[in-house]
Design a binder for this molecule. Structure first.
Ligand code: AMP
Length: 282
């Protein structure tokens, strides 16, 4: 991978990079198309990163399908597909890792301690191999994208970070590799997550600017469904990744909830609404 990417750069072509954990869906393929629009060569990695899973999380059962991923990546214009082994990435358990700082301890980081240290460490390692000009991340994982931006700035990595909109199913559910865990009943209920976000956006459009009130409007939709357990619903300042007391259109309404045993996350930019996102197949 290192040689292939160096070859692209030596040929004078820009290289765009899309890191993933595989089991590709339309969200990943959208990132690949955004990458292709930014550079003539696109590299994608597929690596289920053990460092970002806590004990008891779904590392072992995370869905994997290498043959299908290969075909889908090729169909989306990926030139270089790289699936490193666990041993190649971590010949031994790393003692030195990237510290995400305070932005890594809130929201997702509060529920999943150590998660973002694992994410940033693998992203830094992947960047070091591919050395891309530009890398594309999904807004679906908005805190991850904010932390990657911050790492690139603070460590001076010189990679342009592009954040692409969330791809959703027709009923609003954000695409995720983990959606395969949902049985029919949970799949039906999961559409409530985007409806909760839509309720918050609606309140924002009607003039509400209190961050807590906007989060409460979204939370009320989820609280009406006893089979959904909410980890957090928050109105967040996008750069500092803090609770926003007063919301602006740039703020992000973000939530995490358990639906039938599966933990799902979703978010929306208040000033853009769900209309700014992409519909799968549409
Ligand atoms: P993952 O394979 O889940 O680690 O995701 C790899 C990349 O795809 C990350 O940058 C995610 O934010 C992005 N991604 C995942 N789901 C979606 C989606 N529904 N829409 C857009 N991007 C996504």
């Amino acid at each position: 991978m290192r040689a292939a990417c160096a070859g692209v750069r030596a040929g004078g072509e820009r290289l765009a990079f899309v890191p993933t954990m595989g089991f590709l869906h339309e969200g990943h393929l959208h990132l690949a198309r955004v990458a292709r629009a930014r550079a003539p060569r696109v590299a994608m990695s597929i690596f289920v990163n053990p460092l970002q899973f806590a004990p008891g999380e779904d590392y072992e059962r995370y869905p994997r399908d290498a043959a299908r991923d290969r075909a889908l990546a090729a169909s989306a214009g990926v030139d270089l597909l790289w699936s490193p082994t666990r041993d190649a990435m971590y010949p031994e358990p790393p003692k030195v890792t990237v510290s995400p700082g305070p932005m890594g301890d809130v929201f997702e980081g509060a529920v999943r301690p150590g998660h973002f240290a694992g994410v940033l460490t693998v992203v830094l390692k992947l960047f070091e191999v591919a050395r891309p000009d530009v890398a594309v991340f999904g807004r679906k994982d908005v805190q991850q994208a904010a932390l990657v931006r911050r790492m690139v700035a603070d460590l001076g990595l010189g990679v342009e970070i592009v954040v692409a909109p969330t791809v959703r199913e027709a009923d609003g559910l954000a695409l995720s590799s983990r959606n395969v865990y949902l049985d029919a009943a949970a799949r039906g209920r999961a559409a409530l997550l985007s409806r909760a976000l839509a309720a918050g956006v609606e309140r924002f459009r009607r003039g509400e600017r209190g961050g807590a009130a906007l989060a409460a409007a979204a939370r009320a939709v989820l609280d009406g469904e006893p089979a959904i357990a909410t980890d957090y619903v928050a109105c967040i300042e996008p750069d500092a990744f803090r609770d926003a007391a007063v919301a602006t259109g740039a703020c992000v309404l973000a939530l995490a909830a358990h639906v039938g045993g599966t933990r799902l996350i979703d978010n929306v930019v208040l000033g853009e609404g769900l209309e700014a996102d992409v519909r799968a197949g549409g």
